[in-house]
Design a protein around this ligand. Structure first.
Ligand code: ZN
Length: 155
């Protein structure tokens, strides 16, 4: 089922997601992940956090090219010292883009959709999405970090 995405100004985006997922394999969480995947793909997004669809569980999904991943109760354990500036946008802030400086690599720890612990250094686009989505779970939008915001009219 496609869910509606909350837009900037909705308090749930600022409150963040406070609920630790106790059972990653519960029907409720499985359904939420499936709906979030569908919603992200339908909106041509590369990442989606649970509180963007009004759920306050600490989880997000990520997808681009042939990759699809689920991060449950995610934590960034270390950041690289190297930082990069990349243009970002967000499904909750449609039509607005901006340059955000972030660490190039992050050591991510999370549970995957099978409930198994994963921990590895993510880099490139994946590291960028992970940081953007964890910001969502913590109530932060990319426009809070961006410089040179600009609008782009979508056809
Ligand atoms: Zn976003």
């Amino acid at each position: 089922m496609t869910l509606s995405i909350l837009k900037k100004g909705n308090p749930i985006l600022i409150e963040g997601a406070k609920i630790i997922v106790e059972n990653p394999k519960s029907d409720e969480i499985k359904r939420l992940i499936s709906d979030m995947k569908e919603t992200m793909e339908k909106n041509d997004g590369v990442g989606l956090a649970a509180n963007q669809v009004g759920q306050q569980f600490r989880l997000f999904v990520l997808g681009y090219e042939k990759i699809f991943k689920v991060f449950i109760n995610p934590k960034i354990k270390k950041y690289s010292s190297g930082q990069v500036e990349v243009e970002e946008g967000c499904l909750s802030v449609p039509g607005i883009f901006g340059i955000v400086k972030r660490p190039e690599k992050v050591l991510i720890e999370a549970l995957n959709e099978n409930g198994n612990k994963v921990e590895y250094w993510a880099e490139g686009l994946e590291a960028r999405i992970i940081q953007h989505e964890i910001d969502h779970l913590n109530g932060i939008l990319f426009v809070d970090r961006a410089k040179n915001l600009f609008t782009f009219e979508q056809k």
